[in-house]
Write a protein that binds this ligand. Structure first.
Ligand code: PGA
Length: 255
């Protein structure tokens, strides 16, 4: 019997954050040129002004494009914001929601994230929903409580393996070079799968892709991808250059 892991989609998403102008799109063709024969789903999430051009640059290689946030309303007097419908209109297929940098700097709550997820679905986008604990929460042995609460609050009813990807990103591991131990990654990812199973049922939950994020690099990716409930990665810094991102994609393809 193949394990459920072999049936699930493998996904590597690159979160460029607020980095890159048009010149950075050259990285997409560099990446496309070195993709493995049977690549996992590769999603690049550039800054919003690059979305349309990124879809053009990525499509010859099957590289999909995602945004880094959307508004919880579809239109209106929200200066500076962009809606899920606008993102889909660029040709992008995914949107990262509830990243810790948005929860922190923009005070996004679980409830807001949940509304954004529903908007993303309505626009036909796949939501990459981020959750993760702070260093203090981990030190206080509250990690699973925090993760359970964020999952319950940030995900609407109606999650499917097609419309949602869950990314576990311990906040203390983002951009720091620190990575949880393999056992800690296994513990949290197994817990997320259990909670999804309880809420959405076994058939759905076993197919939902779970990503690990936080200082994923070419030299630790293969280890992380060995975990049964890790189906890929959400990568920040190491996604900016094809030379760093390609080995991470190759490690997932080989896992
Ligand atoms: P990092 O960022 O890979 O640079 O740690 C991950 C993220 O914020 O998604």
């Amino acid at each position: 019997m193949p394990s459920d892991k072999t049936k699930r989609a493998k996904i590597v998403a690159g979160n460029w954050k607020m980095n890159g102008t048009a010149a950075a799109l050259a990285e997409l063709s560099k990446l496309g040129a070195v993709l493995p024969l049977a690549p996992p789903r590769v999603v690049i999430c550039p800054p919003a002004p690059l979305l349309f051009r990124a879809t053009q640059a990525g499509s010859p290689f099957g590289i999909q494009i995602g945004a880094q946030d959307c508004h919880s309303e579809n239109a209106g007097a929200f200066t500076g914001d962009i809606s899920a419908e606008m993102i889909a209109d660029t040709g992008a297929t995914h949107v990262i929601l509830g990243h810790s940098e948005r929860r922190d700097a923009h005070h996004e709550t679980d409830m807001e994230v949940r509304c954004k997820v529903e908007r993303a679905w309505a626009a036909g986008l796949t939501a990459i929903v981020c959750i993760g604990e702070t260093a203090q929460e981990r030190e206080a042995a509250n990690t699973l409580d925090i993760i359970g609460g964020q999952l319950a609050g940030s995900l609407p009813d109606g999650v499917t393996a097609e419309n949602t990807v869950v990314a576990y990103e311990p906040i203390w591991a983002i951009g720091t070079g620190l990575v949880p131990s393999f056992d800690q990654i296994i513990e949290v990812h197994d817990f997320i799968r259990q909670r999804l199973t309880r809420r959405y049922g076994q058939a759905t939950a076993q197919m939902i892709p779970l990503l690990y994020g936080g200082s994923v690099k070419p030299d630790n990716a293969a280890m992380i991808f060995q975990a049964e409930n890790v189906d890929g990665a959400l990568v920040g810094g190491a996604s900016l250059k094809a030379v760093d991102f390609a080995p991470i994609i190759a490690a997932l393809a080989a896992s």
